[in-house]
Design a binder for this molecule. Sequence first.
Ligand code: ADP
Ligand code: MG
Length: 580
Amino acid sequence: MTGLRALVPFLPVAALAIALPFTGNDYWAVIGTRAAIYWVLVAGLNLVVGFGGQLAIGWVALLTVGAYTASVLVASAAWPIYMALAAAAGLGAVSGVVVGLPALRLRTFYFAMATLGFATIVTQVALAWESVTGGGIGVSGPAFPAPFDTAWGFYALCAVAAALCTWMTVNVGDSRFGRALVAIRDAEVAAEATGISKPALLVTVFLFAGATAGVAGGLFATLQSYITPDAFTFDLSVLFFIAILIGGRGSIIGPLLGTILLTVLPEFAAPLVAWSTFLYAALLGVIVLVMPGGIANLLDFRGRKPLESNRAIVPRPALLGEFLNHTTAEASIRLAGVALGFGAVRAIDGLDLVIRPGEVHGLIGPNGSGKTTTLNVISGFNRPDTGSLRLGAHPLPAGMPQTRARLGIARTFQTPRLIGEASLLENVMIGGTIEGRATFGETLVSLPRHRRDERVLRDAAMLALRTVGLESLAEARADRLQHSELRFMEIARALMLRPAFLLLDEPAAGLSPDEIRRLGELIAAIAARGTGVLLVEHHADLIFDICDHVTVLNLGRELAAGTPADIRAHQEVVSAYLGG
Ligand code: ADP
Ligand code: MG
């Protein structure tokens, strides 16, 4: 969904926001304003938590930073409010990266604790730095000039800011950045294999989420008209976080409704306010148990449409020409003397291997013989202990999977790696992430390069799906597909890189004989287009049908190597594996 169509679900909320002033009740102006301000923060945080899956539970710290920055600059330095708000955004962005950086090193709960620690530090600084912040006494919030100096005037300003944040995050959500974030969350290794750089992406998003939280802080200080450190409670942080969880991860309308719900709910249950933390926890419990996908899942009608049964996958190798047109003979991938051990296990033990352009190289051997590890070494997931790894004359950097995509080395996984909640088409589009040209900034405000990227990626992904024969399922959620379909989906995603080399880890596992035959034709056609294929497989027929060379591994060593005919004639191999 691109452009305006993506905004349709937000129309009812927009209508409500526009209707609110007609109540003429100033009390509602305050509640509406508060919901809008919270959403300005949650919208950015949603990219971090809902899309990126990073458990930033102490995000209230950035609201604090923004509130004090704006208040102090206006009160003590007599800055114009708009400049002070810009400064709050700037300092918020920087703080966002500071809070976020641990995410690059720490996993889940440890990162969550780190964000909480930061929140405590910020509150303590606000308390202790009396000369600037007023300590426990506090500081007055900035006031806006007319027409924003009335309750409804300020409401309008905050509502516009909230709408702007919605639009910007919808743009990001429907972009290669949004999909890459979700890929990091649900399929990190697949993300790395497609060249997505997690650090760069997360830092960008932390900058943005920090900036919106900073702005929200400035607006919050105005709404409160006076701020003290205890205005920024842990409850508030929990509210932001839970709004996203009950909204549904990876959604924007869901967390927006979640934010509104959590802001309005206490107003209807005034006697219960003291219990609000408990209520949030109870609400969260109910959501997790009854509808794990959150509000967004309730609104997901597409995901409930029945899929056609008896689906056959019929690839169209003829379409490969649109992806793969390597004209010149390119370099080979060469492994020489590669060895790698996990503790006492010698997973690979001195292996030489050459993968040539335009050829299918089969890699067979019993379970645990080191096939997947070999593929992991080539694609940079495992770092060999000894030996060399080259692409033509250049060494391939060891242990850096995110560098492979740019070198045209694509792969699939023995267990398909996918984003279950995303459509098949979106899953395939992830394969083309590094082809995008628009920057994050251009994407935020939907400039032409962003719209062009989306068009190009979508067309390419559709073509890749037609090539592997899955185009009729383009809009289906990936977690509803059969295992065999996911295998072809992974090939489509790999094709998005127009790979010079394609590494396939047991692509035929779980396929029917017909599907295996068609897969064989597709792989042969890929090689015929000049791509070098490394095929790890158990199905001997497939290997002997389409391989130019075969290497047989045993205990991490080469047991035999040669043409399929050589291997068939190899006494030891035949007796051990081919049941001859
Ligand atoms: P194959 O793909 O041929 O079945 P693998 O390459 O997956 O074999 O495994 C080769 C050997 O290395 C096996 O003994 C396996 O248990 C071991 N191994 C693979 N990955 C790891 C790992 N991450 N940690 C420890 N041992 C591993
Ligand atoms: Mg394996």
